[in-house]
Design a protein around this ligand. Structure first.
Ligand SMILES: [Zn+2]
Length: 335
């Protein structure tokens, strides 16, 4: 590519970014990938507290994802909705990301359920007889003898059990900005599918892996992040409308590799805490699963309207306001 043409290209590209909502042709939201977290041999989190339903995260995420796919298809008939899995199969993170990239997703939604370390408690369930030994010595020097006398004591008998988590609610996660390099790699790896929103005539024969292109690809990755924040805030808003505790939009510094490996805006929704009594019942219930699917769909509809028309259906301004990790205790690791 001639240098002057390249510079011109960069200029046009940055101009497009600067006035993204005005100068740029609207990008249609055509394909949404819905990822049911975990699966197969990977159970994810499991209900472990006393009185728990013993539910497994992989089943909860699949049930919610299936409902979400159905509601999205009903509400957005012009959008392809692609689930990463529809059965109880194992997929590693790369496989999930590969499906998302292969179908040229415009939005990646991961469904998960949260957990955290459980405290153990004990209760007395009776008493039991325990044999102890009292050791005494008689005599001195070579005649010293050890004498062991058994005696029985009645002691309390305890049962140990796990306490449910107090923490409850739904939270939405995006990848951290300093992880942009991973996102950048996902974009570069998918360079042939990279839809750069500039004039087609300038779009030919661009090597996205070249050093000159790296800053531009980085800007593009940043823009995915802004879109991820946008959809994340909307999901958060719709969940809050149901009266359910909403823990906010968060950036996780580590662990959301699935979000970093996709060539598209991506969010991860922790639908509830599987080890919180109320949450576990909610995310396992038809009612709870339907409510989550409807809320997420409403958010996607608003996001689609913003992306395609540059405005929100209710005129709400989406702010760039994301919680950072320190505000959250024990962030769970999502593989
Ligand atoms: Zn998970």
């Amino acid at each position: 590519m001639a240098t002057n043409k390249f510079i011109f290209f960069i200029f046009i590209f940055l101009l497009n970014l600067s006035f993204s909502s005005h100068a740029q042709a609207p990008k249609l939201l055509k394909t949404i990938i819905v990822d049911a977290g975990h699966g197969g041999s990977d159970n994810g989190a499991v209900g472990e507290y006393e009185g728990s339903l013993r539910s497994k995260e992989k089943n909860v995420t699949l049930a919610i994802s299936k409902k979400l796919v159905a509601v999205l298809q009903r509400e957005l008939s012009d959008v392809s909705i692609i689930p990463t899995r529809t059965t109880d199969i194992f997929q590693n993170v790369n496989e999930k990301a590969r499906i998302a990239n292969q179908y040229h997703g415009d939005l990646f939604i991961c469904i998960h359920a949260d957990s955290g370390p459980l405290k153990t408690a004990r209760r007395q369930i009776g008493t039991h007889i325990v044999t102890h030994y009292k050791v005494t010595y008689t005599g001195k020097g070579k005649k010293k003898k050890k004498k062991k006398a058994a005696y029985e004591v009645e002691e309390p008998l305890y049962q140990y059990y796990k306490l449910p988590l107090q923490r409850a609610g739904t939270s939405v996660w995006i990848f951290a900005s300093h992880k942009t390099s991973d996102k950048l790699k996902a974009i570069i790896d998918n360079a042939d599918e990279f839809n750069i929103e500039a004039e087609d005539s300038l779009n030919n024969n661009i090597d996205f892996t070249s050093p000159e292109m790296k800053p531009i690809v980085a800007i593009y990755a940043k823009r995915f992040q802004l879109k991820s924040i946008n959809i994340g805030m909307l999901v958060e808003d719709e969940i809050a409308k149901t009266g359910r505790k909403s823990l906010g939009l968060n950036q996780r510094q580590v662990g959301i590799r699935v979000l970093q490996s996709t060539n598209m805006p991506a969010i991860l929704i922790e639908t509830g805490f599987i080890n919180n009594e109320e949450d576990e019942r909610y995310i396992n219930s038809e009612e709870g699963q339907n409510e989550l699917a409807e809320s997420i769909t409403q958010a996607v509809k608003r996001y689609k309207n913003i992306v395609e028309n540059g405005k929100s259906t209710n005129g709400a301004v989406v702010q760039n306001d994301v919680n950072q990790d320190p505000q959250r205790n024990n962030p769970p690791i999502v593989k």
